[in-house]
Design a protein around this ligand. Structure first.
Ligand SMILES: [Zn+2]
Length: 337
């Protein structure tokens, strides 16, 4: 019996990762179900390769309700001229494709949160099978990986590209160089609430250069946030040496999340009334939001006050909030470059 980790992935790519030119195809994941006994999940993939050079892997819709990545990457796949490429560009605009089609963060098939399912399992759920294929077959091909995120339907962010503190400081520096090259309006040294099972951690542990983003949210993408994703993708490809030319330098404000004080979580449900907008400066003790009980009038709202100085970097989106929801994130501005 082969061990679980040596079992082959059930996913079959219709593209040849070693071929030159442009290929548009699918990662076909067998998914037997009531309406299709021998059916499949068909995840779109594009490979653009020419000459010699590094490989970049660009992924969107790891969470299905985040749209900057898909918008920039469907365009990139359609428009990137292989004659301009030195190396290889692998584009998967909608990685958790079932979730993307449903417009939901997690998969409607198994409720799988792809970015909590890494490194995945070849014999697991549909979501775990996608994670396993990315871990064992896509990331090893890549020198640099960008995974696009935004806030989905329940959060909204200042637009930033981000990397994490890493034990290998040389690798960390290369990741932050790539974040700077992406040139979003904000650049973040990111602290994760829950890093286990993330694509981020998997790529970083393989020693690759990794960039993630939070480019907006509220269940949609704007002209501005899509443009940030589009320009950032091209900048990263230039930074990697896959496209020629200089990166489009832009002023970026560097943000830090220095401790868990940056997060505020709701203690109870209710109607949320924010007292600050995204990007507003915040001082310790200032009211960020008031949450009103909605059952009757005459009850004072719960006031949520800032535990640190900074700017409002993320906020809850729906007008009603539940106990445990992330209400806000405050970040400190550390530099402008
Ligand atoms: Zn996300």
């Amino acid at each position: 019996m082969p061990s679980i980790l040596s079992r082959p992935s059930p996913i079959a790519p219709s593209v040849d990762f070693d071929a030159k030119g442009v290929q548009h195809g699918h990662l076909r994941l067998p998914y037997s179900r009531d309406d299709s006994a021998w059916g499949s999940v068909m995840i779109p993939i594009c490979v653009i390769a020419n000459g010699e050079g590094p490989t970049a892997l660009l992924t969107g819709a790891n969470h299905g309700d985040e749209y900057e990545g898909p918008a920039a990457l469907f365009e990139l796949a359609q428009t990137l001229d292989p004659a301009q490429v030195s190396g290889r560009v692998i584009v998967v605009p909608a990685l958790n494709y079932p979730a993307f089609r449903a417009g939901t963060r997690t998969s409607p098939i198994d409720r799988g949160n792809l970015n909590r399912s890494f490194p995945g399992r070849p014999d697991g759920t549909v979501t775990e099978k996608i994670a396993d294929y990315v871990t064992r077959h896509l990331i090893p091909l890549a020198d640099i990986v960008i995974d696009f995120h935004s806030g989905g339907r329940t959060l909204d962010f200042l637009p930033y590209a981000a990397a994490h503190e890493l034990p290998n400081k040389d690798q960390e520096a290369r990741c932050f160089d790539a974040v700077a090259a992406f040139a979003a309006p904000f650049s973040m040294k990111m602290l994760e609430i829950d890093a286990v099972g993330m694509l981020d951690t998997t790529v970083e542990e393989m020693g690759k250069v990794f960039v993630t983003t939070e480019l907006g949210g509220a269940g949609t993408a704007t002209a501005r946030s899509i443009e940030i994703a589009r320009k950032g993708s091209l900048n990263l490809l230039r930074h990697a040496g896959i496209l020629s030319g200089e990166t489009n330098a832009m002023l970026t404000r560097w943000l830090d999340m220095p401790s868990s004080d940056c997060f505020t979580f709701a203690q109870d449900e209710g109607l949320i009334a924010f007292a600050a907008n995204l990007g507003d400066p915040i001082v310790t003790g200032e009211v960020i939001a008031r949450v009103y009980p909605i059952g009757k009038t005459g009850i004072a709202p719960i006031e949520y006050r800032a535990a640190m100085d900074g700017v409002l970097a993320a906020r809850h989106v729906p007008g009603l909030i539940k106990a445990g929801d992330c209400l806000s994130v405050i970040a400190t501005i550390t530099a402008e470059t």
